[in-house]
Write a protein that binds this ligand. Structure first.
Ligand code: AMP
Length: 582
């Protein structure tokens, strides 16, 4: 048993939240508050202004959203809380999170407000009455100036990712919003920031009243010395990558422990793995002690190779032959990471830990590294060829083991007899037997077919065609935003965008190809459902140069929120739009 099993676990109900919220958190599968939640929720419920040093991935959204939901009055038809975020994506994400947490509270009206969305549409919704506004500073300011947003009853302001807002040039807008006359006195302000640059500090000094600072102090833990790897993987590809890893990481007689963030996530993932033919079981806090013990027993006896667990359920778990821990969801804090990876490499055995990191979580990963004082080795996503090679190697091992350990006399005479009767080579007969013994998993996996005539640049960018263009008023930001949101591809990875009357062509790094095709299928751009497919040589006029055309790139750089140069060439070319429809 580990010392870590005796750590006192705080529950959500101890933080002072209403029963309805506590029940909702159980519904969504959260087992315990994260450290930032444990500290900030009671504070925000009791009233003071707050400075929270926390980054994305630590659970900070719930840390401010839950107290806000507890304190707003839904019978009062006015905007009572404002959350400012640096990006449209974050505004949508926070708004969705609040929506989820509000499920048992009745009709809480929350809306994201960001630039790029038609303002009239927003105005109409604002007129309908809202309780919580989540917005980017520029657009919020715009509505305040127009008088379409009224902060007369505002009680809470949250500045989320303040350092990011600073970096994106929103500091003046924020000051304007916080400034005299724009919002009533007596409101509670919470400022969250991963770092505390001088300007952010200055905002806090000027606008927050006697704020309480919350910074998570980490306990020192002994970090096990095991091989640690980090694998960059977009959210949507996680499951696929995991199934490959379950093969490439499998060692005979070894178990793999996968960590999910929530009870629901663990149950879901184990079901998905079962549906794909893996023998996997979940282990989480909603299961009875007897159920959990049965999972552990089977894992110990070697009857169960894959377990998907939550942090709480796996505390103190001591099973010697867990050869690999896969952090499918990044833990909310570095200590949990250390507890998790400590489940492998037990009893002096070698252990491996693999951490999945989505683009948004890069920062949290660095925090984990600096806490543990150990660097994770970057790891590539395993390919189908890796999976095939691993299957082949395991198969060979099985045959060699049989050769060494089993009595084969009878089978030898059988093979000799067969060879004579059929006038076949012994090697052919062995091959046929191997084929039969190989089971249902093919040893040779056909490589992913390369779509014909796909347009690929020297830089490894693949062109995709989207069925929306200038006639719908499409602008590059719509494309970047949609791909970033729907396919979880970082905006700055997206290459050239060419907009024509009915079509837009966009270059994406080839490793994101499938993800973008899947993520964007059926997505809406400018309110219209689009189709997306690979562009082919036939419908794309050959690009003269794949490099950036300088004057256009510069023009974009100044107006792009990402500050990223893009090659935009608008205009209808002869022979366009493409004849071949998707
Ligand atoms: P955030 O830092 O707010 O972006 O949250 C990161 C992720 O952690 C989100 O997917 C949340 O749903 C999840 N999360 C937040 N609080 C908890 C919790 N107490 N237990 C498990 N997951 C959580």
């Amino acid at each position: 048993m580990d010392a870590d099993q005796n750590v006192e676990i705080v529950s959500f109900s101890q933080l002072g939240l209403s029963d309805a919220l506590v029940q909702t958190l159980s519904d969504v599968g959260y087992e315990t508050p994260t450290p930032i939640q444990e500290q900030t929720i009671p504070l925000l419920l009791s009233g003071p202004d707050l400075i929270g040093q926390a980054q994305t991935g630590t659970g900070k959204t719930a840390a401010f959203a839950l107290p806000i939901l507890d304190k707003i009055d839904i019978n009062q038809n006015s905007v009572q809380a404002l959350i400012l975020t640096p990006t449209r994506e974050l505004a949508i994400q926070v708004s969705e999170a609040i929506h989820t947490y509000a499920k048992r509270l009745g009709r809480v009206r929350v809306m994201p407000i960001y630039g790029g969305d038609p303002i009239q549409k927003q105005i109409n919704r604002l007129k309908g009455g809202l309780h919580i506004v989540v917005g980017t500073p520029g657009r919020v300011m715009d509505h305040l100036r127009r008088g379409t947003l009224d902060f007369g009853n505002l009680k809470f302001i949250v500045l989320d990712e303040a350092d990011e807002m600073l970096r994106m040039g929103f500091i003046d807008d924020i000051e304007w919003i916080l400034g005299q006359g724009q919002s009533p006195e007596g409101r509670q302000i919470a400022l969250f920031s991963a770092t505390m640059p001088r300007e952010v500090r200055r905002i806090a000094d000027r606008y927050l009243k006697n704020p309480v600072s919350v910074e998570i102090k980490h306990k020192t833990l002994t970090v096990p010395t095991i091989e640690q790897h980090a694998l960059q993987v977009p959210e949507r590809q996680k499951l696929n990558v995991l199934t490959h890893l379950l093969e490439t990481e499998a060692v005979p007689g070894g178990a793999i422990l996968i960590f999910a963030r929530t009870k629901v996530g663990a149950a879901d993932l184990s079901e998905k793995l079962q549906a794909r033919g893996y023998e996997a079981e979940a282990m989480h806090g909603d299961m009875s002690q007897a159920q959990r013990e049965s999972v552990i027993r089977r894992m110990r006896n070697g009857q169960l190779e894959i377990v998907v667990a939550t942090d709480v359920a796996a505390r103190g778990l001591d099973v010697e032959h867990i050869g690999c821990v896969i952090n499918y969801d990044i833990p909310n804090d570095p200590e949990s990471y250390v507890h998790r990876i400590g489940r492998t490499g037990r009893a002096g055995r070698a252990g491996r830990a693999i951490l999945f990191v989505t683009p948004r979580e890069a920062r949290l990963m660095r925090e984990i590294e600096s806490y543990s004082g150990q660097r994770m080795k970057p790891m590539k996503m395993p390919t189908l060829a890796d999976v095939a090679a691993r299957r082949m190697a395991l198969f060979k091992e099985r045959i060699l083991k049989t050769l060494e350990e089993e009595e084969l006399g009878l089978y030898m005479s059988l093979v000799e007899e067969l060879a004579q009767e059929s006038s076949r080579d012994m090697a052919e007969i062995a091959a046929a037997a191997a084929r039969m013994a190989g089971g249902d998993k093919p040893l040779v996996i056909p490589a992913e077919p390369e779509p014909e005539n796909m347009v690929v640049s020297e830089g490894g960018m693949v062109r995709l065609a989207i069925s929306a263009g200038r006639n719908l008023g499409v602008r590059p930001n719509d494309i970047v935003g949609a791909i970033a949101n729907e396919a979880d591809v970082p905006g700055n990875a997206i290459g050239a965008i060419d907009i024509y009357d009915d079509w837009t062509f966009v270059d994406v790094p080839s490793q994101f190809r499938q993800q973008v095709l899947e993520g964007m299928a059926g997505a809406a751009i400018r309110g219209r459902n689009i189709t997306i497919r690979l562009a082919t040589e036939k419908d794309v006029p050959p690009r003269k140069s794949w490099g950036k055309t300088d004057h256009q790139a510069k023009r974009r750089a100044s107006s792009s929120p990402l500050g990223k140069k893009r090659d935009i060439r608008k205009g209808k070319k002869p022979g366009f739009p493409p004849k071949k429809k998707p």
